[in-house]
Design a protein around this ligand. Structure first.
Ligand code: A3P
Ligand code: MG
Ligand code: MG
Length: 365
């Protein structure tokens, strides 16, 4: 039998907001150009404004694309957590461990109709949540066939996002980068296997959450004191805004931009605006913190950041109460349905959510 958590009306989650903790990075890892895991910050990038205009489709034929048919579970996140615990000799003491992307979906739920599926398991006192990869694959297969209103395949439009990252970042700080590199970024091969991931501790109401997520770039340098805010930069592309309707669509998109950045404590979002056929024409900076207010003031898109936060806080509290014994649980949100379902898919064990390596480490700790 499935347990259910109500989504609507959003007003249910209005009112006094839940206390949130500022996310603090306590560890990080990288994937190199071959997507090999590295316990360091070697794939960190520095933001440096792109040359305008630029053709975002340039180099599409040379795109080195990560094969996302492989289910990576929580493996890299767990490796990084275990390594941190080995260093400090203490457990990270979170209630929930997951990828930032899962929390983004949960927080967006009151104002976004997207379906999702996740697997969750309890190990000792912590819940581990991963994406249900098989479901994601189905969604991706449908997405691949899609062609945009501009007649351009969605795969090419996705390339634009990665191309914008390559045009706007440097692999070393500006002071250590040659003029030649900066001027020839358009020739760089776009590779989305390479990533820098930040691992943070954050809090929603009564729940301590450990999140891992990709960060696109840094503005200057990491602070000298660990735990101090970091000047992260999130890069996004979006269609130029030329009408009331464009602004409405953009204001809706800003909710996801805001949630995604809020969760890792990314203070700045740089949006590269592009024409319908993929010419990058301008770049604009947004302060993550001011986005909910700016959107509300325009009054076009109806979403409320406080409702997102409160919804997530109460949902996580409910989830922790409900996932109370062994096995694997499915968290499911279907399109157009007014609740999130939770039901068991395996009676014992932890599926493939946590690795044996991680369990063995925890037994020793
Ligand atoms: P844009 O966001 O500029 O479109 P992120 O913004 O999270 O750093 O991701 C970088 C790029 O990956 C995105 O660029 C987009 O091209 C692609 N991407 C990320 N999430 C996606 C999703 N859910 N579906 C399709 N493409 C996605
Ligand atoms: Mg990214
Ligand atoms: Mg980005």
């Amino acid at each position: 039998m499935a347990l259910t958590f109500p989504i609507y009306p959003p007003a249910r989650y209005a009112g006094q907001s839940e206390p949130v903790k500022r996310p603090k990075e306590f560890a990080c890892f990288s994937y190199d150009k071959e997507h090999n895991f590295r316990l360091d910050d070697s794939s960190l990038k520095w933001y440096y404004p792109p040359e305008l205009p630029a053709n975002l489709s340039h180099g599409l034929d040379k795109f080195v694309q990560h094969d996302d048919r492989i289910d990576e579970h929580l493996d890299s996140l767990l490796k990084t957590v275990a390594s941190h615990e080995r260093k400090t000799g203490e457990p990270i003491d979170a209630d929930i461990v997951t990828w930032r992307g899962m929390m983004t979906k949960i927080m967006a739920t009151p104002f976004d109709d997207q379906a999702f599926e996740m697997n969750a398991t309890l190990y000792r006192y912590e819940s581990f949540i991963e994406e249900n990869h098989a479901f994601k694959e189905q969604q991706r297969a449908l997405e691949k066939k899609r062609v945009g209103k501009n007649g351009i395949p969605s795969s090419e439009m996705q390339y634009w996002g990665y191309k914008f990252e390559t045009l706007s970042t440097l692999p070393r700080p500006w002071g250590e980068t040659s003029r030649e590199y900066i001027e020839n970024r358009d020739q760089e091969i776009v590779n989305n296997k390479e990533q820098y991931c930040s691992v943070v501790r954050t809090g929603f109401g009564k729940t301590i959450v450990c999140l891992g997520g990709e960060v696109d770039a840094i503005w200057d340098a990491k602070p000298a004191t660990p735990g101090d805010p970091i000047n992260w930069v999130e890069l996004k592309t979006s269609a130029e805004i030329t009408s009331y309707n464009d602004q409405l669509v953009f204001d809706r998109k800003l909710m996801k931009f805001w949630i995604q950045s809020f969760l890792l404590g990314v203070p700045k979002i740089i949006v590269g605006f592009r024409s319908k056929d993929g010419m990058l024409t301008s770049v604009e900076e947004f302060q993550t913190m001011s986005i909910p207010y700016a959107v509300q003031r325009r009054g076009m898109a109806k979403w409320d950041g406080n409702v997102c936060i409160k919804f997530a806080a109460l949902f996580l509290e409910w989830l922790r109460m409900s996932i109370n014994d062994e096995g694997v649980w499915r968290i499911r949100r279907r399109r157009g349905v007014d609740h999130i379902e939770l039901f068991k898919v395996e009676e014992v064990g932890h599926g493939r959510i946590i690795t044996d390596e991680f369990m063995n480490w925890r037994i020793m700790l």
